[in-house]
Design a protein around this ligand. Sequence first.
Ligand SMILES: [Zn+2]
Length: 91
Amino acid sequence: MVKEVIIGGLKFTVEVVSNERWTSEHNGEIRYDNQEIFISNILTKEHQELTLLHEIIHAILTQTTRDERDREVLVRCLSQGLFATGYRLEK
Ligand SMILES: [Zn+2]
């Protein structure tokens, strides 16, 4: 897993952590103010990559639009769609 990503010119740290609050529907978290992304450690490496992509797309949308309508659906479409092309941050 990468340790940091640049999103809209801002450097976000990426940490794989344990968090009991997370469920199969919620595998990661992004904190915009602190520029931190957290990913669940119970996921496979591949699923962690998908979750990171998901959180990055949340950040991009937050930086670029105030429109909150159907945001989770849009993020899932984009992250799953990009992931399906084989796109990975980790080389
Ligand atoms: Zn989401």
